[in-house]
Design a protein around this ligand. Structure first.
Ligand SMILES: [Zn+2]
Length: 242
């Protein structure tokens, strides 16, 4: 899963993402267009319209244009609308013509949605559609016409870490949460699997929960020293996954 960040410059925050945001759910859109994710994000950042969204997803990659701690004008529900102020907006590309590249974009969007749900500790009930906030637009049009529950089922299959092809699933094969046992040196924890944003660190020999490996990183949930707060992030050292 390739995630590219092409973030809107701060000088454009007043137009594109004026408010700080603590995300509460994910909103799925279709672009109703045939442009790639890179093009959707470049266009969104480049113009001065009060229209914005966090990520565009095509058949190759996820491109993020607005950080998740800023709001976007995605949901057509006004300046104080829940969708515009609380939702992480994901646009699925190529919905105008559909076909194989749309199907692949939708599949990647389902995988990324599950990845975000895990990061935030959310369940499938946190996946909304644009139409939940503004029914008249009927967005995401193709995802709805081909089956909204079908999309949610796809997200669920990634959420449960099961292959979408379920031929090989045996009863009771659900993996329990694993442990991460740190080694003898402090280990950095990052917000992203590319390890560009450090959010904290594990002490030598510290033990915490591990939800598996993603993009060759260990996904951990640990208690911030001296608090009752949990943080989740990624570690480079895979030897700690038990
Ligand atoms: Zn929409």
């Amino acid at each position: 899963m390739e995630i590219v960040k092409m973030l809107v410059p701060e000088s454009k925050y007043p137009i594109k993402c004026p408010y700080e945001m603590k995300p509460e759910f994910i909103i799925i859109h279709n672009t109703a267009n045939d442009a790639s994710a890179m093009n959707e994000i470049s266009y969104m950042i480049g113009n001065n319209n009060k229209v914005s969204f966090h990520c565009a997803i095509d058949d190759y990659r996820i491109v993020q244009g607005v950080p998740f701690n800023r709001n976007t004008w995605n949901a057509t529900d006004g300046g104080n609308g829940q969708g515009n102020r609380k939702g992480i907006a994901l646009e699925i590309c190529y919905s105008k013509s559909g076909g194989a590249r749309f199907e692949e974009a939708e599949r990647l969007a389902a995988e990324y949605t599950a990845y975000l749900l895990k990061q935030y500790g959310w369940g499938i009930d946190k996946v909304k559609k644009h139409a939940d906030f503004y029914p008249a637009k009927g967005c995401p049009h193709r995802t709805i016409s081909e089956g909204w529950q079908r999309f949610l089922d796809m997200v669920n299959s990634y959420l449960q870490d099961k292959p979408t092809n379920n031929e090989n699933i045996e009863n009771g094969s659900d993996e329990p949460v694993r442990k991460y046992v740190n080694g003898s040196t402090s280990e950095n924890v990052y917000a992203d699997t590319e390890c560009t944003i450090k959010i904290g660190s594990l002490n030598p020999r510290e033990t915490c929960d591990c939800f598996g490996t993603f993009n060759n990183r260990a996904m951990v949930r640990y208690i911030v020293t001296g608090t009752n707060n949990y943080k989740m992030g990624f570690c480079k050292w895979l030897g700690g996954v038990k």
